[in-house]
Structure formats: C-alpha cells, structure tokens
Design a protein around this ligand. Structure first.
Ligand code: AP5
Ligand code: MG
Length: 210
C-alpha cells in the first residue's frame, strides 16, 4: 500500500501535480481544500464552520479536518492507499493520520514566496471537472473552454486574492512548515524544486515514488 502526501505552500502546484500523479498511480486524490469548498457550497455544518477560516486565509481547526479524513478513508477506493493534497498541515493532523494509515512518501513541492502571489492570482479552474489553469503559465488552449472536459464554466476561487494569499503564506510558514522536520525525521520526506516547468516536476515526483 502506498499513501502519498503532497506538501507545500499555497500555489506550489499540489493540485496540478496531484491530477497527474493520480493518472500514473491510480491513487485517489484527497484534497482537504476541495472537500471544504464542496462543504461550503452545500452549506453543510462543516462548511459553515470552515468558511470564516478559509475566507480569512487561516487554517481550519484540526478537529474538523481530522473528522473529514476519518470519513474519507472509510470509502472503498481508499483500500490501496490515497494521495493527500494539502493534508496534513499541522503536527496534530500528521499524528492523527499516522494512527489512521501509514504514509509512505511525503513530496514537498518547494516554490519561493516571491512567485506565489502571481501563481495564485492568475489561477482559474473548471467548475465541472476541477482542472486547474493559469492565465500566463498554463492557459486553456481555447479561451474559456476547459481542455480536459470541454466545459465552458471556468472560475476563480474566493480566497485567491492578494490579501488572503499573504495570510495563507503566513499560516504555511508558522503552522505547516514545522511538519517538514517531523516527516524528515521519519525518512520519507522528498524535496522537489517546484519552480520549473510542470512536466519536469511531475517526472521528478514519479522518480521519488519509485
Ligand atoms: P487549499 O485548497 O489546499 O489551498 P492551498 O494550500 O492554499 O493551495 P492551493 O490549492 O492554493 O495551491 P496548489 O498547491 O494546489 O497549487 P495549484 O496546483 O492550484 O486550501 C484552501 C484553504 O482551505 C486553506 O487556506 C485553509 O483555510 C483550508 N484548508 C485546506 N486544507 C486544510 C488542512 N489540512 N488544515 C487546515 N485547513 C485546511 O497551482 C496554482 C497555480 O499555479 C495554478 O494556476 C497552476 O496552473 C499554476 N502552476 C502550477 N504549477 C506551476 C508551475 N510549475 N509553474 C507555473 N505555474 C504553475
Ligand atoms: Mg490546491
């Protein structure tokens, strides 16, 4: 069984790479950010509780996140492992995950802060299939049409503005980056330079997973 954690700051390319790694490994992508956005859209109690933190660029409390993951791992497609995107993000979340399933690889996608705002503020994604694009770095081939599924509904995320991105980066440096040491001590931490072409990063991640 292989369970992978994609680790990195906002805009590092976790979602972009997760889609590609899923295609190669068959492991389902588990993005806590996507799960929370779906809960906000549906107006569930989890979504209502999480929204204020997400809008402010702060981490959602650990108890909410850990409950989401406990439910997700019960689904049948989790039997052969999962690829976590943006989870865990705190040491208590990593400790909880260690009690749920064994993590075999942590892939840290490293991008300097100076590149993050441009990446986040140029991002848009497909409302139908979730494919992620960028105004400058990864545009759709035809303006306004998703390359993956052909849908015409491309949208920007509510938290993708400069003010919130700066808060998200602060949260990353204060609460999430300490997790690097936690995983490095366990010998499963792989650093990947994320400030390169998308294809080159995918190749290096696949090598690290061998
Ligand atoms: P989440 O949705 O996880 O957001 P994030 O961590 O801020 O990361 P992003 O999704 O913004 O970036 P990404 O790394 O996926 O980059 P992408 O591939 O899209 O979380 C949102 C919020 O939910 C959090 O702020 C928090 O409130 C809450 N939350 C979620 N999980 C939580 C948890 N575990 N605990 C507590 N709270 C939690 O790429 C970005 C852009 O760059 C795209 O436009 C893409 O096309 C482009 N791009 C990608 N790769 C490259 C490249 N190599 N070169 C140039 N451009 C590139
Ligand atoms: Mg993402």
């Amino acid at each position: 069984m292989t369970s992978i954690v994609l680790f990195g700051p906002p805009g590092a390319g976790k979602g972009t790479q997760a889609t590609r790694i899923t295609q190669s490994t068959g492991l389902p992508q588990v993005s806590t950010g996507d799960m929370l956005r779906a809960a906000v859209k549906k107006g569930t109690p989890t979504g209502i509780a999480a929204k204020q933190f997400m809008d402010a660029g702060q981490l959602v409390p650990d108890s909410i996140i850990i409950d989401l993951i406990k439910e997700r791992v019960k689904e049948p497609d989790a039997a052969n492992g999962l690829m976590f995107d943006g989870f865990p993000r705190t040491v208590p979340q990593a400790e909880a995950l260690a009690n749920i399933t064994e993590v075999t690889h942590v892939i840290a996608i490293e991008v300097p802060d100076s590149k993050i705002v441009e990446r986040i503020c140029g991002r848009y994604s497909c409302s139908s299939c979730g494919a992620v694009f960028h105004d400058k770095f990864n545009p759709t081939s035809t303006k306004g049409i998703c390359d993956e599924c052909g849908s015409g509904e491309l949208k920007r995320r509510a938290d993708d503005n400069e003010t919130t991105v700066k808060q998200r980066l602060n949260a990353y440096h204060q609460q999430t980056s300490p997790l690097a040491d936690w995983y490095e001590n366990r010998g499963i931490f792989h650093r990947i330079d994320g400030d390169r072409e998308i294809d080159n990063i995918t190749q290096d991640i696949l090598l690290a997973l061998k």
